[in-house]
Design a protein around this ligand. Structure first.
Ligand code: UDP
Ligand code: MG
Length: 307
């Protein structure tokens, strides 16, 4: 019989572990799906991993590992994928915002031969207006740069073993799971779900965290900002030719004394453009530096005995 591994990234989720394990277990049990749950504790500072160890002693299908520190959700997802044994692997949040019942729908599609099943948010649930605005700007930019509609995608997915292996074979350390699952291709389907309210605890995202996430994901997925620099540079060149001609004409007509405003404005504009461009190039250089070092994406401190 086929086997499903459910990867659950969890960071300081001690109050959610038990209820999540129970909720997912019940749904999958009712649907007669053979499964194991793999909690990836992303360097949690509370009792998250201790709870998982406790549960794993009672139920062999519950497994877990603990990172040596917080490496981020992407790292947790990839650690889960690399440790998963199932014929198919699902990734779901620990806070039950992704309804477990949707897992069954995804699994049925997998049985029908689909290899990548995306969870699509039919509503974004209760999020603050600032968060919503920011998310929609970020995904708007991402979608147009990557030519993939990202607005309603999430990390809630079910992947066939083939797709999992394809993802694991990518040896980049700055991954963006949500988009890479499109990138690897395969026969894909999607399932809509309603985002639920977080059961307990708070969202782990701060605004600055989201900004960093947005920048890091955009630059890990596309070089478009570098191309935009070239375009801006090109526009500046045309602009400077026009102004250059004007300046020369004024010079020969002997009316060239005025124009300090133009000079100052030009200096500011060019200076600003150069700084921003250098910043963008520097950012990519930093990314290359990180990738070249080839450090592991995560370090595992502890594992449950049954993993
Ligand atoms: N998470 C993680 N590492 C982190 C932050 C979050 O593994 O550094 C996990 C978290 O435990 C949860 C999931 O990622 O299972 C989604 O996080 P959260 O609910 O805080 O994000 P939101 O739902 O608000 O986007
Ligand atoms: Mg959440």
């Amino acid at each position: 019989m086929s086997h499903l591994t459910v990867v659950i990234p969890s960071y300081n989720e001690e109050e959610n572990i038990e209820s999540t394990a129970r909720a997912i277990g019940e749904v999958l049990g009712e649907a007669n799906i053979e499964y194991d749950l793999l909690f990836v504790s992303d360097g949690s500072k509370d009792g998250t991993f201790a709870r998982v160890v406790e549960l794993s002693k009672k139920d062999d299908r519950i497994k877990g590992l603990q990172f040596s520190r917080n490496f981020g959700k992407e790292a947790a997802i990839f650690a889960g994928l690399s440790k998963s044994k199932g014929d198919c692997v699902a990734v779901i949040d620990c806070d039950l915002q992704h309804p477990p019942a949707t897992l069954v729908q995804m699994y049925r599609l997998w049985e029908d031969g689909y290899e990548v099943i995306e969870g699509i948010k039919s509503s974004r649930g209760k999020e603050s207006p600032i968060h919503k605005l920011f998310v929609s700007i970020f995904y708007g930019i991402m979608s147009s740069l990557m030519k993939i509609d990202m607005n309603s995608t999430s990390d809630f997915k079910l992947l066939d073993r083939k797709a999992v292996n394809a993802l694991l074979s990518l040896n980049e350390s700055n991954t963006f799971f949500r988009a890479l699952s499109f990138w690897v291709g395969f026969k894909s389907a999607s399932v809509e779900y309603d985002v639920q309210e977080r059961t307990k605890g708070k969202s782990k995202w701060s605004f600055s965290g989201l900004v960093k996430y947005a920048i890091s994901n955009t630059t890990s997925f596309t070089t478009a900002p570098l191309k935009i620099i070239a375009v801006v540079g090109f526009i500046m060149v045309i602009f400077s030719i026009v102004l250059g001609v004007e300046t020369l004409v004024n010079y020969f007509l002997h009316i060239a004394v005025e124009g300090f405003t133009t000079v100052i404005l030009l200096l500011l504009m060019i200076g600003g453009c150069i700084m921003v461009s250098l910043g963008i190039i520097g950012h990519y250089l930093g990314r290359i530096y990180e990738e070249v070092k080839g450090r592991p994406r995560f370090i595992i401190r502890d594992e449950t005995d049954n993993l």
